[in-house]
Design a binder for this molecule. Sequence first.
Ligand code: SAM
Length: 230
Amino acid sequence: MVIVDVLTLFPKMIEAFVQESILGRAQVEGKLHVRVHNFRDFSLDKHHKVDDTPYGGGAGMVLQVEPIVRALRSIEGHQHAHKILLTPSGTPYHQGHAKRLTQYPHLILICGHYEGFDERIVHYIDEEISIGDYVLTGGEAAALVVMESVVRLHTGVLNNAESTEEESFEDDLLEYPHYTKPMVFEGHEVPEVLRTGHHENIRLWRLDQQLKRTRERRPDLLVKREKKQR
Ligand code: SAM
């Protein structure tokens, strides 16, 4: 069982997403438990304010550290959980991080908003993650990206038909192209080799396609792959 706690100002965004598809199924099957906390509920301000103006001046509002820390401490088992702050300044996220994060049975994901967090939050977390070089309005989509990519790698969450073994980024290669019926669509044919039933030729064709695609679209992955093979 994996436990994921999400701290957010917009609980409904998380709650709706985790009801569906693989995350929804994993919860029904008792393999995942997602708990969502609104850290506004932990504000000591009578108007439940959680942000304030930045010291030193400048535009926008900054999330205060106190309501977030109070929310963190209210979570059962928080002392042993792995705590992640979602921020554009964090470590760029990739499949390797998703695999690494499967070692933690309990994750806490903290979503920012406005200009981001009071920097002193770093004393209460384990790592900072960015899902890419762009700026979102809030950390919810980022938290969902991390949660889904990690949870689907946990044993027993995916069924056999959804195996992760041949997916993109395994072995630092992109995946080969897939085809299904019809055999011809508006003159576009399924490659002949896939119709032969010759398993070894199909395997070689797919590997060749993986290498070709990766070379064209993500040469950085090939460099990484070669370094690992040395
Ligand atoms: N002022 C911040 C900056 O320039 O880095 C941007 C703050 S952003 C508008 C508000 C929140 O969205 C952030 O605190 C973070 O939680 C989340 N967020 C935005 N972009 C993100 C990204 N690429 N990865 C992870 N979280 C992100």
